[in-house]
Design a protein around this ligand. Structure first.
Ligand code: ATP
Ligand code: MG
Length: 557
């Protein structure tokens, strides 16, 4: 981590080095990148890395950034996902301006490209069944076998391909394959399939087509059509690069795009795979793709993460060619850093018991002036009501305190944050033996900011005035997967953490009653919280804990 930090700020990453060289050698005279999601799910933090990397490079080199939906596979794609993906990318701050594209708009050009290959003798229609194609392909150690249909004439191939397009065959009956090399050590080069028959409706082109191009054929064409220079993808496509290069070479594009691979981003203690998230949603363990315990971008937004924090995180992670998991705590570090000086620090009691100040006048209310953020005076001040009956945290009182416990216990004095010193004189328990009310006396001389300094106290606790407090729900989160057991058990099921969500009835300062969905705050001593945008309504105020205040995570600079 330590060295990587330096690299990010002082030296260029490996992709930038490639781009510099390409510009220097005149391969390209401009830079154009793209983000090409398949609209078959919601974006997650890993996609944010790809988006910010591609967008960042375009910015840095004064180039262009294209947003492209890679919607060539009609089985899983939905318009709903197109909208959520656009929203997430805008939120992250990557601006595609007027360059929004759909790969399905290029179906005609792809079809023509296939015909061009047939005419060059570089593609043929094959009648082998899917099982036979697999058999003929060979293995990592054995070469494949030529298809008996490999030597069809150009005329025959043109006619059969036309028939494929015209709907004369069933799904799986015929495919168009590239004619490359069945003995290639790279299995991807053993006459890969370029087109298949699929009588399926597409979310944009409807029933216009019953043949669809395969990813490895379609993607380089999409890049070439749009004038992409550097087509950045993740490492699992490294073995596909020779095929990418073959396609752009055989199609004779004057300025062929270039594929570069980088490592996917993985995080500890969370799942990003669609398969797992779908299962969590279906099993009712999470309440949707935007459940705040997930790391889809909609979940992070609902939890209270900001685009700034995500950008900081992605910068810190850097770009590399080796797969590894990044500590989730680093993401938490980034959101703390981002919110620290921006957010008001408010008082909220998450596990309330009553505190009664016996010697405070019955009907008196004082309005105390409180700084919104002690480290940032620009956020101004607010006025907080103080009265005889308050709520404090259950853990801030102990009947029999251990050593070094400096909060309330019989006979001990503490400061009520922003208010007075109070001394515990007695307490009451309910029938179950739980402390219900703590009685104190206050010292009117000790008002915060009055300059009083005769006595010192070691503990400061927060509070809210009972008569003025607003009731709310606080949701406290832990990792969705069990940290100790690891993500998966022997059968490949997720090891879930049973305590990943804790719901508390709490009392918050009256000003927080005016908070709007997605507003966020620091609750002193408790962490950063964000108003939940899904479950908050006129009757109910719900706060998600974004992150607690402390962590053992250290960023080594
Ligand atoms: P998933 O496997 O999570 O469904 P995907 O790769 O199928 O992801 P796509 O919509 O095909 O999702 O991906 C769009 C782009 O985002 C691709 O260029 C892909 O390489 C990149 N991408 C996907 N996951 C990650 C990740 N974890 N880290 C970095 N980039 C990613
Ligand atoms: Mg995918």
């Amino acid at each position: 981590m330590d060295n990587k930090m330096e690299e990010v700020s002082t030296s260029k990453n490996f992709i930038e080095q490639i781009i510099d060289k390409d510009l220097e050698e005149g391969h390209y005279n401009h830079i154009q990148t793209r983000f090409p999601p398949e609209p078959n799910g919601y974006l997650h933090i890993g996609h944010a890395k790809s988006i910010l990397l591609n967008y960042g490079l375009a910015q840095k080199y004064n180039g262009k950034f294209n947003m492209r939906f890679d919607d060539t596979n009609p089985t899983k794609e939905k318009t709903e996902f197109v909208e959520s993906i656009k929203k997430d990318i805008e939120w992250l701050g990557a601006d595609w301006e007027d360059r929004l594209f759909f790969a399905s708009d290029y179906f005609t050009q792809m079809y023509e490209a296939a015909i061009k290959l047939i005419k060059k003798g570089k593609a043929y229609v094959c009648d082998l069944t899917p099982e036979q194609i697999r058999e003929y392909r060979g293995t990592l150690t054995e070469p494949g076998k030529d298809s008996p249909y490999r030597d069809r004439t150009i005329e025959e191939n043109l006619e059969l391909f036309q028939n494929m397009k015209d709907g004369k065959y069933q799904d799986g009956e015929k495919v168009l394959r590239a004619k490359i090399d069945m003995a290639s050590p790279n299995i991807n080069m053993r006459d890969p399939i370029l087109y298949r028959v699929a009588h399926m409706e597409h979310h944009r082109t409807g029933n216009t087509w019953c043949i669809y191009p395969m990813y490895d054929f379609a993607h380089p064409i999409e890049d070439a059509i749009e004038g992409i220079t550097h087509s950045i993808c993740t490492l699992e496509f490294e073995d596909h690069r020779p095929l990418y290069d073959w396609v752009v070479r055989e199609l004779e594009y004057p300025v062929p795009p270039k594929q570069i691979e980088f490592a996917k981003l993985y995080l500890t203690n969370v799942v990003t795979g669609k398969r797992y998230i779908k299962k969590l949603v279906e099993d009712g363990i999470v309440d949707g793709w935007d459940d705040p315990r997930l790391v889809s971008l909609s979940a992070l937004r609902r939890r209270g993460y900001t685009p700034e924090a995500i950008r900081m995180f992605i910068d810190l992670v850097g770009v590399s060619k080796g797969n590894s998991s990044v500590d989730y705590a680093m993401l938490e570090y980034c959101i703390r850093e981002d919110l620290k000086l921006k957010k008001n620090r408010m008082m909220a009691v998450l596990d309330p018991i009553k505190l009664v100040i016996d010697n405070y006048p019955e009907d008196q209310v004082e309005y105390l002036e409180v700084a919104n953020n002690q480290e940032n005076s620009e956020l101004g001040v607010r006025s907080v009501p103080f009265s005889k009956e308050l709520y404090i945290e259950r853990e801030d009182f102990m009947e029999e305190p251990p050593k070094k416990y400096f909060r309330l216990f019989p006979g001990n004095e503490v400061r009520l944050m922003n208010a007075y010193f109070v001394k515990c004189v007695s307490f009451e328990k309910d029938e179950a033996g739980n402390v219900k009310t703590v009685h104190c006396t206050y010292d009117p001389q000790t008002k915060s900011g009055s300059g009083f300094s005769e006595r010192k106290v070691k503990g400061t606790i927060h509070w809210v005035s009972a008569a003025h407090a607003v009731e709310a729900e606080a949701r406290l989160y832990e990792n969705i997967v069990d940290e100790e057991k690891g993500k998966l058990d022997e059968e490949g099921n997720l090891n879930l953490n049973p305590n990943s969500l804790e719901i508390r009835k709490c009392y918050v300062e009256p000003d927080l009653g005016k908070a709007r969905p997605e507003d966020s705050f620091q609750f002193v001593r408790q962490g950063y919280f964000c108003v939940d945008s899904k479950d908050t309504n006129s009757e109910k105020l719900v706060f998600n804990r974004i992150v607690s205040l402390k962590s053992s995570f250290k960023l080594n600079k």
